[in-house]
Design a protein around this ligand. Structure first.
Ligand SMILES: *Cc1c(COP(=O)(O)O)cnc(C)c1O
Length: 228
């Protein structure tokens, strides 16, 4: 199947008001270029080094989404251009993003990652930690970050009922936070949830962004030491 056919197959389940982030980690630049030629502009990567190497070789109007766990010491390398950081999971990271945003004279769009999965391996704030963060005075001092919404990853399981419950939880947390903290903030309107195996459920439960990799580009090969 061509890249265009893959996109069409996935996109038929994605309404116009939901943004598809094409997750291209481990895939070479020619795959991204083919997606770009098809008309796609929003791509997600989870490693700073890989993102930088690819960006260098690709058109400059691509919107890069940093979707994985981000270390504070790497923020400066992407601060000048990153379109959206999905996985903000600590106060320290937020502080660093603000600082680097200031240096680059831009306001960096971010999503706060919430731990919704039963698995203990995933990063993110608990709902309680998130509310504590939002209550802290220091949040008002961040002038160079813009909190656009929440991001979450469901448990890796065959149990679709569980996945749906986790997405429902993120949606209701989003609604609560919107009402209490961001009711007058129109840009707080994103819920990034759903991947290849569960994006249709995520959309039914209120996702505004889905992050899809293998359904578009096939299985990832982590063993090859490709230089993209
Ligand atoms: C890899 C990744 C995805 C995409 O996963 P697929 O199952 O291949 O669609 C989505 N979100 C994050 C944070 C990822 O790391």
């Amino acid at each position: 199947m061509t890249v265009a056919e893959r996109f069409e197959q996935v996109q038929q389940y994605i309404p116009d008001n939901v943004r598809l982030i094409a997750v291209t980690k481990t895939h070479p630049v020619d795959v991204i270029q083919a997606s770009y030629d098809y008309g796609h502009r929003h791509f997600g990567e989870n490693k700073v080094q890989e993102l930088l190497a690819k960006k260098e070789l690709l058109p400059s109007d691509i919107v890069w989404h940093m979707i994985g766990h981000l270390q504070s010491n790497k923020v400066k390398q992407i601060a000048s251009f990153v379109g959206l950081i999905h996985g903000v999971d600590s106060f320290k990271l937020l502080q660093t993003i603000d600082k680097e945003g200031k240096k680059n004279q831009r306001i960096i769009p971010c999503l706060l990652q919430v731990h919704i999965a039963e698995e203990s391996t995933k990063f993110g704030f608990s709902p309680l930690e998130l509310k504590e963060l939002l209550l802290s005075k220091q949040m008002d001092e961040f002038k160079n970050v813009e909190i656009r919404g929440l991001m979450g990853m469901a448990t890796f399981t065959e149990d679709k009922g569980q996945v749906r419950r986790e997405f429902k939880m993120l949606k209701s947390l989003f609604t609560e936070i919107k009402q209490n903290w961001y009711s007058k903030v129109p840009h707080f309107n994103e819920i990034s949830m759903g991947m290849s195996d569960d994006y249709q459920i995520a959309i039914e439960e209120g996702a505004t962004m889905v992050r899809v990799g293998s359904a578009l580009f096939g299985e990832r090969d982590y063993s090859s030491n490709r230089t993209f």
